[in-house]
Design a protein around this ligand. Structure first.
Ligand code: FAD
Length: 509
């Protein structure tokens, strides 16, 4: 088993991890760990774009106001100001790194002005590829694909690296670093239906919690209102930008329903649209509702939404002629590892940036296209403090021990528990919650965790088991946060606690 050493260890290769690597390589050696291919990230899947004030009639004040309205009283005012005001500089940097945006500026739900910079409807891919190209040219950056972090290593109360499973060799190796940065993204896979790719299993949140970090506001999971509903489509998102361009939501009879729920209709904040769809589906018993943009000129649709047009066509849906069947799905986790404005966690030498972190920017509900921006701004913020890594001696750090663990004999246990947790979270801790369902979910997840932990210690670990253990931990933390919040606010809606309390408060575990 090998021991690796670097000044900076970045776990995750999305916008947060890659942009931070580019900033840190000037100060020391950077290792990027990523559990699948470098482009297997939420970042690559992002469609809509990045929010940034860039038109004459817009202003920082308006972007701040929109972000705070969406955040339902929980955004940290100084953090929102910091992110919004830094956006133009960070976007300029992104352009210098090779990212090209379209000339037209997009509009999305909850934004009072057009301020979403985009590259067609595949902005994330364009950004990810540009960052990867640049990162690959840097001598000081080394990329480890198919390496999955298992646990963080702490010595004298400080983080000094991580135990990482080398998936090709099937062994856990020790990575020591002066500074460790979690850039592990979100946790959509905790729920049965999600827009997130397979990597989003909340590993960073679980590892940080095990290492003694505070986590916060995990009850605020954003369910995207419109994911493609098709038996063969695995987590494909139909971007908010369609509604920004006039697409309407209709039920199976073709009747629009959003006017009943909000004066902004289809452009209401995401939580309201998702709950409206959930309520319509519960009333009608239908499997899905429909998004209709077919009344727009076909040339416009194909040019503005080339990827969505092509993808839907592969499932036999020509969106220039037909309505798109859609359902809500888990999309973005607003809470995460608690950090300050420099991405520092409460464990020395451990940082968290991007979706894994809870900075106070999104509050109780993220405004569309604000998350890529948060990842960029906080990688910059973190780089202002990190600068110097100091590699500790490996002597004191114990190598990973497998003890008497053997190879798992029944893979069915793992796949069964995966399914059970995701179904439990969807049914009991979904878009609309109740006290009884949350209490039941807590009892069940505790039992499942016991079983999974036993399995974890008895058998040699693999990716499925590592991720299962993490989704169990993150589910328990989400349920606990949801139980702590005795009100309905932003994305957390509990039928037994429908009122918003006068004083907004973070949930910190
Ligand atoms: C379909 C979709 C559309 C979206 N559209 C938009 C949009 O238009 N605008 C916007 O602002 N936001 C959008 N978002 C949200 C946005 O894409 C994400 O919040 C953002 O990309 C997160 O970036 P990140 O760098 O924090 O994490 P990610 O990009 O998710 O990267 C996480 C990385 O961590 C790695 N990782 C995780 N655990 C481990 C482990 N244990 N060991 C090793 N590696 C690990 C993963 O493999 C991955 O490389 C969208 C999200 C989705 C899913």
């Amino acid at each position: 088993m090998k021991n690796y050493k670097s000044d900076f260890l970045i776990i995750g290769s999305g916008i947060a991890g890659l942009s931070l690597a580019l900033r840190l390589e000037k100060f020391g050696s950077v290792f990027i760990i990523t559990k699948r291919g470098i482009l297997d990230t939420n970042t690559t899947e992002a469609q809509g774009g990045i929010a940034c004030v860039c038109q004459k009639n817009d202003s920082f004040e308006k972007h701040i106001k929109d972000t705070r309205i969406s955040g339902a009283g929980l955004c940290k005012k100084d953090v929102v100001k910091l992110v919004v005001e830094q956006a133009p500089a960070r976007l300029e940097e992104l352009k210098n790194w090779g990212v090209k945006f379209d000339a037209d500026i997009g509009l999305e739900g909850g934004h009072s002005e057009r301020r979403v910079l985009h590259s067609g409807d595949h902005t994330g891919k364009v950004i990810a590829e540009a960052l990867v190209n640049r990162v690959k040219k840097k001598k000081n950056i080394k990329i480890f694909e198919d390496f999955i972090a298992v646990n963080l290593i702490k010595l004298d109360g400080k983080c000094c690296g991580a135990y990482i499973l080398n998936k090709n060799k099937g062994v856990v190796e020790t990575f020591l670093a002066g500074v460790t940065i979690l850039a592990t993204g979100g946790a959509g896979k905790v729920w049965l239906y999600t827009s997130n790719p397979d990597v989003a299993t909340g590993d960073g949140i679980a590892m940080a919690y095990r290492a003694g970090c505070k986590v916060a506001n995990l009850e605020f999971m954003q369910f995207h209102p419109t994911c493609l509903y098709h038996p063969e489509a695995k987590s494909f998102l139909i971007s908010e930008a369609l509604r920004g361009e006039g697409a309407v939501l209709v039920d199976s009879k073709g009747t629009r329903f959003m006017k009943k729920y909000h004066p902004l209709s289809e452009l209401a904040p995401r939580d309201i649209v998702a709950r409206a769809i959930d309520s319509e589906l519960k009333k009608s018993g239908d499997d899905c509702v429909f998004l209709d943009i077919s009344f727009k000129p076909s040339g416009f649709i194909k040019k503005r939404f080339p990827m969505i047009y092509k993808k839907c066509l592969t499932f036999g849906i020509d969106i220039t002629k037909k309505r798109i069947p859609v359902v809500p799905a888990a999309h973005y986790i607003c809470g995460g590892v608690l950090t300050d404005i420099y991405g520092r966690t409460n464990v020395p030498q451990l940082y968290a940036v991007g979706e894994v972190a809870c900075t106070g920017f999104h509050g109780a509900n993220r405004l569309a296209s604000n998350s890529l921006l948060e990842g960029l701004v906080f990688s910059y913020q973190a780089s202002q403090k990190i600068k110097k890594g100091q590699v500790l001696f490996s002597k004191k750090v114990e190598p990973w021990k497998i003890g008497r663990a053997t190879h798992p004999d029944e893979a069915i246990v793992i796949s069964h528990n995966w399914d059970e947790i995701r179904r439990l979270m969807w049914n009991y801790v979904g878009i609309v919650r109740s006290n009884k369902r949350l209490e039941r979910a807590l009892v069940r997840i505790k039992n499942l965790k016991k079983e999974i932990n036993q399995y974890y210690w008895d058998f040699i670990i693999n990716q499925d088991l590592i991720e299962l253990r993490n989704i169990a931990t993150v589910s328990e933390l989400i349920i606990k946060c949801a139980i702590c919040r005795r009100e309905s606010r932003g994305l957390h809606y509990n039928i037994d606690e429908p009122k918003k309390l006068p004083k907004p408060k973070d949930t910190v575990l």
